[in-house]
Design a protein around this ligand. Structure first.
Ligand SMILES: Nc1ncnc2c1ncn2[C@@H]1O[C@H](COP(=O)(O)OP(=O)(O)OP(=O)(O)O)[C@@H](O)[C@H]1O
Ligand SMILES: [Mg+2]
Length: 286
């Protein structure tokens, strides 16, 4: 008679890391529901998104309109509730330790809010106070940081509402850096900027990487920007992260010479294709 075969328990080697990942996302889900006529419409914005980022790394996430980039950024900055999965930032649970996470993260997005009647310098001073910086430190740091983002010295005292979008974007970046966050979440930091401002902001992002110990998650539509600034590139497609790897590996895997070609090979669509009903259905964030 044959011995009953006893299945050896498979022992999974625990991954021992001295430090937690800068970002660890496991099976992250987000579903939006909204009223449509008499019923409700569900929109899955993120489907089981999983990835990790090392400290000091810069990762760019590409994806068409509505692919879930901003949703990911908003979840990681504790601005949205999730519908499944987990996320940690430097080992802190994003959905259970919100306060600790907020101290580690700074988000720059097109929706950046300022006191419109106040100047760039005043807005930065306010933010500095909010983060507990002393007046002496603030006094020295604000002009320096504005200069570094390429903000003209002569306009430091001008009301925010009189500044162009590009200028405002620079102030938003300066504000994000004031407190030296360890994780910077940049949601389309150069969209809508003129070529020169765009280059200045990109140069600044490069400089942040050199000067600060920052980890950067950059969402962008600009493939060249992604390739230029990031160590690895991810592609979100309708809420799914199709890949996240160094650009050379992305190209090799899809036999592509450009990221545009790789995008086409991965999704069967060109990047410009199909901006669909997603756009029309967009809701303005409250
Ligand atoms: N507050 C909300 N209410 C309802 N649906 C939302 C909300 N926010 C996002 N969505 C939906 O979730 C999906 C992902 O949106 P998200 O803004 O994350 O995309 P995105 O990749 O940032 O797009 P874009 O490139 O246009 O900024 C879209 O289908 C969008 O319509
Ligand atoms: Mg977005």
């Amino acid at each position: 008679m044959q011995e009953p075969s006893v299945q050896e328990p498979t022992v999974q080697e625990p991954t021992v890391r001295e430090q937690p990942y800068a970002v660890e996302v496991r099976g992250l889900e987000k579903v939006f529901t909204r009223r449509k006529g008499l019923g409700r419409k569900r929109r899955v914005a993120l489907k089981g998104v999983t990835f990790t980022m090392e400290r000091g790394e810069c990762v760019a996430i590409l994806g068409q309109n509505g692919s879930g980039k901003s949703t990911l950024v908003r979840l990681l900055s504790t601005l949205l509730l999730h519908d499944g999965g987990d996320a940690w930032i430097f080992g802190r649970d994003v959905f259970k330790e919100e306060r600790a996470v907020r101290r580690l993260v700074n988000r720059v997005s097109v929706e950046a809010s300022f006191f419109k009647k106040m100047s760039a310098a005043e807005n930065l001073a306010y933010a500095a106070r909010f983060y507990g910086m002393g007046p002496r430190e603030t006094h020295a740091k604000i002009p320096e940081i504005l200069e570094r983002v390429g903000f003209p010295a002569g306009r430091r005292g001008e009301a925010m509402e009189n500044l162009s979008r590009g200028m405002q974007q620079k102030v938003a970046l300066a504000r994000a850096l004031l407190t030296s966050p360890v994780l910077l979440l940049l949601d389309e930091p150069t969209t809508g900027l003129d070529p020169r401002s765009k280059q200045e902001v990109q140069a600044f992002i490069r400089e942040i990487r050199l000067r600060h110990d920052s980890t950067i998650l950059l969402c962008t539509h600009d493939m060249h920007e992604a390739e230029d600034l990031a160590d690895r590139i991810g592609l979100l497609d309708r809420g799914e992260l199709l890949f996240l790897e160094p650009v050379a590996e992305v190209k090799e895997r899809y036999g592509a010479t450009t990221l545009e070609e790789a995008f086409f090979a991965a999704t069967g669509r060109t990047y410009e294709d199909e901006q669909t009903e997603e756009d029309e259905e967009r809701e303005v964030f409250a």
